[in-house]
Design a binder for this molecule. Structure first.
Ligand SMILES: Nc1ncnc2c1ncn2[C@@H]1O[C@H](COP(=O)(O)OP(=O)(O)OP(=O)(O)O)[C@@H](O)[C@H]1O
Ligand SMILES: [Mg+2]
Length: 239
């Protein structure tokens, strides 16, 4: 499921959500239906934007697509394989090696330097610690942070922290990057730079990119736009 299997002859569908629901249980009596039957597919190398107002279920959906959470009913499949049927080890591997995550709040570990944050997802990668460090340094150079590798997150600007998060997402050469409002905490110019970086890496490495955004301009650059409202898809636009 890594970059090398992005080859001809492989089926185009990377990821499938079929009639996915997610009902959060609050206490004993209250149920919050965050997703109420969502179906769509993401092809290899595709760029999809997910839009919708606050509370419409976007982050809930992204967490399910990233196998960080399980649906209440319905199916999420990678390469046709249902996430429900995967063992904990397989799930951890899928999340670590095949999916890169980028969040609005960066979610870097504050005590670790930039390079040590980027090394984290390489845990399953064979090779020596030194080789992993080399890969992390390369990824940081790719996002323009070769001169900040020993800084901790608190010693970096917001845009630089998000670039570390992007390096961490891409260091495993995942087949999918999931980004939840990646520019939400950045000023518009820095946000623009971060999006341009994600889009370049998507184009160069053939990584599928699914991005949640409130910004119309960012959504318009995707090849497909899905709009959620109250936990269902109300619109799907192909560019
Ligand atoms: N852990 C939870 N427990 C209970 N309800 C939740 C939980 N997480 C989300 N919800 C509810 O599920 C619905 C969808 O939430 P979600 O975070 O997916 O929305 P969103 O579209 O990402 O919104 P935003 O644009 O504000 O980030 C909301 O009504 C929210 O209150
Ligand atoms: Mg959200």
């Amino acid at each position: 499921m890594s970059a090398p299997d992005l080859q001809r002859g492989q089926p185009p569908v990377l990821l499938q959500a079929e009639q996915v629901t997610r009902i959060y249980q609050l206490g004993r009596d209250v149920q919050v239906p965050a997703l109420r039957g969502v179906s769509f597919e993401v092809d290899r190398g595709e760029h999809v934007a997910i839009v919708g107002s606050s509370g419409s279920g976007k982050s809930t959906l992204l967490n399910l697509l990233g196998a960080l959470d399980r649906p209440t009913s319905g199916h999420v499949r990678y390469h046709g394989r249902d996430v429900r049927e995967m063992s904990d080890t397989e799930l951890a591997r899928l999340r670590n090696a095949s999916i890169g995550f980028v969040f609005q709040s960066f979610q870097l570990l504050p005590r670790l330097t930039a390079v040590d944050n980027v090394i984290l997802p390489l845990v399953y990668r064979p090779g020596s610690p030194r080789q992993r460090r080399e890969l992390a340094l390369e990824a940081l150079a790719q996002v323009g942070l070769a001169d900040r590798v020993d800084h901790r997150p608190g010693e970096l600007s917001g845009g630089q922290q998000q670039r570390v998060a992007i390096a961490r997402a891409l260091v495993t050469e995942p087949s999918l990057v999931l980004a939840d409002e990646p520019t939400g905490n950045l000023d518009s110019r820095t946000g623009e730079e971060v999006m341009a970086l994600l889009e370049t890496l998507h184009a160069d490495q053939g990584t599928a990119l699914v991005v949640i955004t409130h910004e119309r301009e960012i959504a318009q650059r995707a090849s497909r736009r899905i709009e959620l409202r109250d936990g269902v898809i109300v619109d799907e636009v192909v560019a």
